[in-house]
Design a protein around this ligand. Structure first.
Ligand SMILES: [Fe+2]
Length: 360
């Protein structure tokens, strides 16, 4: 059933069954000017709808470049020009980055953007499809209140009672960490690159601003930096409890479990193989991390320091997959995702594929 705005503009549900997401399709005039007019003229109703359904997909308009995307996106929301996260991204314009530059054969488990940097967590994340992949490469979105409701009661209780920590290690000097798949063989991002400074005091200032604790290796400012962020399992979203958007990728086993769900979903030999290789890597990683802790790039534990058991991670990943709405990209698509209401993920793809992103 379509959703009709007071101006007569109508949107369709993105999913027939899940109530998450709506799609705004171009009609006669597909120009960028027309899109900006529709967004501007219906701004308050679209913002209310966006909050209710979690995501709005705009399709069929002539959005061709990063600049077009920036223009359309800024009509509806206030874009941010700082991304204080770990994901390797390249800046394209003042407010637009490439989406996470992770190898195409690896999935990205569901998460809320910057859920691990509480004070810098954006209200929204936006995507623009400049080039869809030849096959696969969908972006699942998931309502975080549904995820929380689907967790077993014992796990809800445990997560809320214990809370947790996410830690990310950032090197001082350039060097390749053995398991940094995200850098694809290039030197792992240093803290100097992330914070765009050589001054440890400035790093501490930015971390304090973002609610992140910094520990320097051997207590010496300017060495490897260990960034630690407390996380809470839940957030209240318009009066309803929602999963906070914690990221299974911080734990090697989390990536393995998510890749199993991907392989079951796609039933492709390559994804099955990726899952097996990730499992092997995970075992080797555990041994290497025990011997050379500096090779550990990220980790997540409960707040008391205890490891998060595999079954807990499995239940969390399963709850996300249960409620996924899987979006297949078309060239020129713009997707507005409310970062409180919905998490997002990425399925493996066949290149080329170029998705750009912005936060608001
Ligand atoms: Fe993301």
């Amino acid at each position: 059933m379509s959703i009709v705005l007071s101006s007569g503009v109508s949107l369709l549900p993105l999913s027939a069954t899940k109530g998450t997401g709506a799609i705004l399709k171009a009609s006669d005039d597909t120009s960028l000017t027309s899109l900006c007019s529709v967004l501007r003229d219906n701004r308050s109703e679209l913002l209310a709808l966006w909050r209710t359904c979690g995501a709005i997909l705009v399709r069929g308009y002539q959005v061709k470049t990063a600049e077009d995307f920036e223009k359309a996106a800024s009509t509806l929301c206030h874009l941010l020009d700082r991304y204080p996260g770990n994901a390797p991204r390249n800046k394209v314009t003042q407010y637009v980055w490439t989406s996470t530059e992770l190898p195409h054969y690896l999935p990205i488990p569901a998460h809320a953007e910057l859920s691990y940097v509480p004070k810098a967590r954006p209200a929204a994340i936006l995507f623009f499809c400049e080039q869809p992949s030849t096959s696969f490469g969908q972006t699942p979105i998931v309502r975080l209140t549904d995820v929380w409701k689907s967790l077993p009661l014992w796990l809800q209780d445990k997560l809320e009672r214990k809370g947790g920590f996410i830690s990310v290690r950032r090197a001082d000097a350039k060097g390749v960490r053995v398991f940094d798949f995200r850098s694809r063989g290039k030197p792992t991002k240093t803290w100097r690159a992330i914070f765009e400074t050589d001054d440890p005091a400035e790093v501490e200032k930015q971390c304090h601003q973002d609610g992140v604790a910094v520990e320097w290796k051997n207590g010496q400012k300017g060495g490897d930096a260990l960034l630690k962020t407390p996380f809470s399992a839940t957030r209240m979203v318009d009066g309803t409890k929602a999963f906070s958007g914690w990221f299974a990728n911080f734990i090697p086993a989390g990536a393995v479990i998510d890749s199993l769900f991907v392989a079951m979903h796609t039933r492709r030999a390559r994804d099955v193989l990726t899952s097996v290789l990730l499992a092997v890597k995970c075992v080797i990683q555990m041994v290497v991390h025990a011997m050379w802790p500096s090779q550990r790039l990220s980790h997540s534990t409960y707040a008391d320091g205890s490891e998060i058991p595999l079954w807990d991670i499995f239940c969390i990943v399963r709850a996300h997959w249960k409620h996924y709405v899987v979006l297949s990209w078309e060239k020129g698509d713009v997707l507005f995702v409310d970062n409180d209401v919905c998490g997002h993920a990425r399925l493996p793809f066949d290149p080329p594929r170029r998705i750009l992103t912005a936060i608001a």
